[in-house]
Design a protein around this ligand. Sequence first.
Ligand SMILES: [Zn+2]
Length: 357
Amino acid sequence: MNQKVSGLYKEVFSNPTERKAKRTEIEFRVDVDGMRPLNVISGDIYSNSDGNRKYLSSFIFKGIKRITTLTNEIRLEGKKGRFSPNSEYFADIQITIPNNSHSQKATFQWTNKSGSESKCLCKYVSEYFRIINLEHDYEQGVAPLEPYETTDSLSSCPHKSHPISIITAFAEAGIEIRIVKEKKNSVSNPKRISEVGSVWTQSELHEAMIKHFTLFREKPQWNLWLLSANEYAMSNIYGITLDYKEKKRRGCAVFQSATGWKSKEEKRMRLFIYVHELGHCLNLHHPEQKPQIDPVAKAEGHSTLSWMNLPWLYYLSKESHGPEAFWKAFNFQFSDLELMHLRHGFRNDVIFGGNEF
Ligand SMILES: [Zn+2]
């Protein structure tokens, strides 16, 4: 039997005394099978010595070796991991999972730098590597965000035959988006009036976030705020990420006057910008890779087919570039490098309000 083992695991304790005595707590992500596996185990270590959980460190082991043992267990082995902050909690890791679809347990074993071995018991908690809570507010009068139907005549995407939403786009990357609030017409129109009507400024967006983001806390967190808005003060802005004081990436807004929302093309672009901005919130950049073979390639063009590229910047070759070529080839997914960051990036590089872009 080829049991799927990828997903999120968390350390379990038999009682509070054991938890207290342990002083640290591990959670880890196994990514060796399922959708677009990267053959990686990553995780985070927390301290719980004073009763409240505090983040200590993240780790990543690449090139995981998978063995089925004589007793029919699945054994995953990783060597020479990387840690952040740059401390080495352990050298090699070994994860053992009983080959039994009803079993939810895994043993996480590691070799300390001194050579001694330790282990802990963990349980499978989700098929997703990370879980995000999203609060979604709408400015008054703004159209609901609809999933994009790839079966539309527009679509030339042969690999997908279902409606794509922000939830499915991230689910395919292994990230669960839980919409904890979705409210139409919950945010009043901005006060700033231009010749086209009321438009958002950075400071008004910031005020709206503070007012409507009920799960907001100053410290880094997995909660995010999303505003479906009408128009930004600079009308060519499609979407924007929102900061709080020096803490970046706490929320984002997408502007329907720029993306459009009526035609099939506009619906596709609108969804694209939502996924793109949420990607920025998770600290993804635009792809930096530039075409090097074609001497006439535009300096800013890039050939990556990803949510994080922009259709009008797409440049594969002199013959194939721009939005039309992009949409023809785009498979509505993140690149492998982006998947690596979303699933296994060190916690503070990914979490909202964490490290700088
Ligand atoms: Zn962008």
